[in-house]
Design a protein around this ligand. Structure first.
Ligand code: TZP
Ligand code: MG
Length: 215
C-alpha cells in the first residue's frame, strides 16, 4: 500500500517554549497548513504522554493530518497514531515494523550517508535527514550536513527525505530545490510569536517550490 508521507512536519515542543501545549501547537500547525504533526516529548509521565497522544490523534484525524510519535513505539501503539519516528539509538526499525505492521509509517533519523543507508536497509518509510543547518533544538544532533550532503542523500536513496535542523523560512525553498520531499521544524514554528502564521509562511514557501518542480 502507498503511505502518504507529508511535506510539512511540525514537531511539537513544550520545553523550548512553554506558552502552548502539544495539542495547542498541533492545532495552530493545522491552521497554517501542516500535513504532519510529530509529538516529541522526551521527559515526563508515560501515562500523560499517552493521554496527550490520544487527544492529538483524535484532533489530527478530524483535520486529516498525519500524527507521528517521536521515539515511543508504545505511545504510538496506545494512541493508534499513524506512525513512529525512530532515531539510530531508539527502538530498532525492523522490530518496530514487525509490531506495527506494514501500514503504519516508520520514519528513521539519519545525520550521515551511512545512517541514511541503514534507514533504507531497515525498511523505513522516510528519512528525517539532518541537522542540515546548525540548530539549538537538539544537543546531540550530530554533524551539520549542509545542503550538498542533503542533495547527495536525495540522489542515493530511494525514500522521501525530510530535511531537519535549522530549517526556517529563510532556507526552506533551498532544501526543496536540493530535492528534499519536505521539511521538519521545531523552533521555526513552536518558538515564533504566532505559530499558525509561521506554519503558513513555510507552507506557502513549500507550495511555491513544489509547484515549480511539477511544471
Ligand atoms: N533532529 C535533528 S536536528 C533536530 C532534530 C529533532 C532539531 C530540529 O529543530 P529546529 O529548531 O527546527 O532546528
Ligand atoms: Mg529519537
Amino acid at each position: 500500500m502507498t503511505k502518504r508521507i507529508g511535506r510539512l512536519h511540525i514537531l511539537t515542543d513544550t520545553v523550548q517554549q512553554t506558552r502552548f501545549s502539544h495539542v495547542e501547537l498541533a492545532e495552530m500547525a493545522f491552521a497554517g497548513g501542516a500535513d504532519t504533526i510529530q509529538l516529541r516529548q522526551k521527559e515526563g509521565s508515560t501515562r500523560e504522554l499517552i493521554e496527550t497522544a490520544r487527544d492529538m490523534k483524535k484532533r489530527c484525524a478530524e483535520a486529516g493530518v498525519t500524527l507521528i510519535v517521536n521515539d515511543r513505539l508504545d505511545v504510538a501503539l496506545a494512541s493508534a497514531s499513524d506512525g513512529v519516528h525512530l532515531g539510530q539509538d531508539d527502538f530498532p526499525i525492523p522490530l518496530a515494523r514487525d509490531i506495527l505492521g506494514p501500514d503504519r509509517i516508520i520514519g528513521g533519523s539519519a545525520a550521515t550517508l551511512e545512517e541514511a543507508e541503514k534507514c533504507v536497509a531497515d525498511g523505513a518509510d522516510y528519512i528525517g535527514f539532518g541537522p542540515v543547518f546548525p540548530t539549538d533544538s537538539k544537543d546531540d544532533a550530530g554533524p551539520v550536513s549542509g545542503i550538498e550532503v542533503l542533495a547527495e542523500v536525495v540522489r542515493r536513496y530511494p525514500l522521501p527525505i525530510i530535511a531537519i535542523g535549522g530549517i526556517s523560512i529563510k532556507n526552506a525553498a533551498e532544501v526543496i530545490r536540493a530535492g528534499a520531499h519536505g521539511i521538519a521544524v521545531i523552533s521555526a514554528v513552536c518558538c515564533q510569536d504566532d505559530p499558525a502564521q509561521a506554519t503558513r509562511a513555510l507552507f506557502q514557501a513549500l507550495q511555491i517550490e513544489l509547484s515549480k518542480k511539477n511544471d
